[in-house]
Design a protein around this ligand. Structure first.
Ligand SMILES: [Cu+2]
Length: 253
């Protein structure tokens, strides 16, 4: 028993830095066409590289935004499992051309291990019927990544540049974690290869290169200027994540 506990503690100490959680919004495809007019979308809170899920409570907000219009989708969410944990899903049928952003405001997640709450404002993009309209428009989240590279039609190995905003202002020196949604079951050569990390410059801008095709999540992390009340009754800090999911494609023949 003691060995088990010691092993467990050692595991926690070693594994914690590599375990980054990400809000996730993953559609079937990031492009809608006349042949594929609708997409299934899953919404979860997970460790994407390690394929370890967490429970996502019913979100506060879930919506699409396109052509300057917001479409509330919260009532369309139904329960599902992602990585064996509670998550949400919906099906969205595209009616008009546009670049659709799907965005999530989760309920605050209490993380006892980090002694803080976590709120990951999460979004992703689907380009419908050939549109490239307003691909750099904000979704209107309190903190978000504005793409400076068009966020679809990207190849694995091309670079991606984004700007981190909080309350509409660039966030210099912010940590940006990024991670592959590891559907193919790769193993990490070291624990540091699970979550990759970069930082924004003085204008809140970062550039990364994603070497593998698939969905990559980017999470720009900051601390909120408010606290929330923990289950213990104490006031605790709140980690804010500006999370964006972007798909990188392979070359085809
Ligand atoms: Cu976690």
């Amino acid at each position: 028993m003691r060995t088990i506990i010691l092993t467990f503690i050692t595991f926690m100490l070693v594994a914690t830095p590599a375990f980054a959680h990400f809000g996730m919004i993953i559609p079937d495809a990031n492009v809608a066409t006349q042949k594929a007019r609708s997409t299934n979308i899953t919404v979860s809170f997970s460790h994407p590289f390690e394929n370890v899920g967490m429970t996502l409570e019913k979100p506060k907000q879930f919506f699409a935004i396109a052509n300057g219009k917001k479409i509330d989708l919260l009532s369309t969410l139904t329960e599902t499992k992602v990585m064996n944990e509670g998550a949400w899903k919906t099906t969205f049928r595209f009616k008009r051309p546009g670049v659709y952003q799907f965005a999530l405001e989760p309920t605050p997640y209490w993380e006892p291990e980090e002694d803080c709450f976590i709120i990951h404002y999460t979004k992703t993009y689907v380009a419908a019927f050939g549109s490239e309209e307003d691909w750099d428009a904000p979704a209107g989240l309190p903190t978000e990544i504005i793409p400076l590279t068009r966020p679809f039609g990207l190849y694995a190995g091309t670079s991606f540049t984004g700007q981190v905003l909080k309350n509409g202002k660039p966030v210099p020196n912010a940590e940006v974690e990024y991670e592959l949604y590891n559907k193919e079951g790769f193993t990490a050569p070291t624990e540091h290869n699970v979550t990759l990390v970069t930082k924004t410059d003085s204008n809140g801008i970062f550039t990364v290169t994603c070497p593998k095709a698939g969905w990559w999540g980017f999470a720009a992390l900051t601390t909120a200027d408010y606290t929330l009340t923990a289950p213990s009754g104490k006031e605790k800090p709140v980690e804010l994540g500006a999370v964006t999911w972007i798909k990188f494609d392979s070359f085809q023949k």
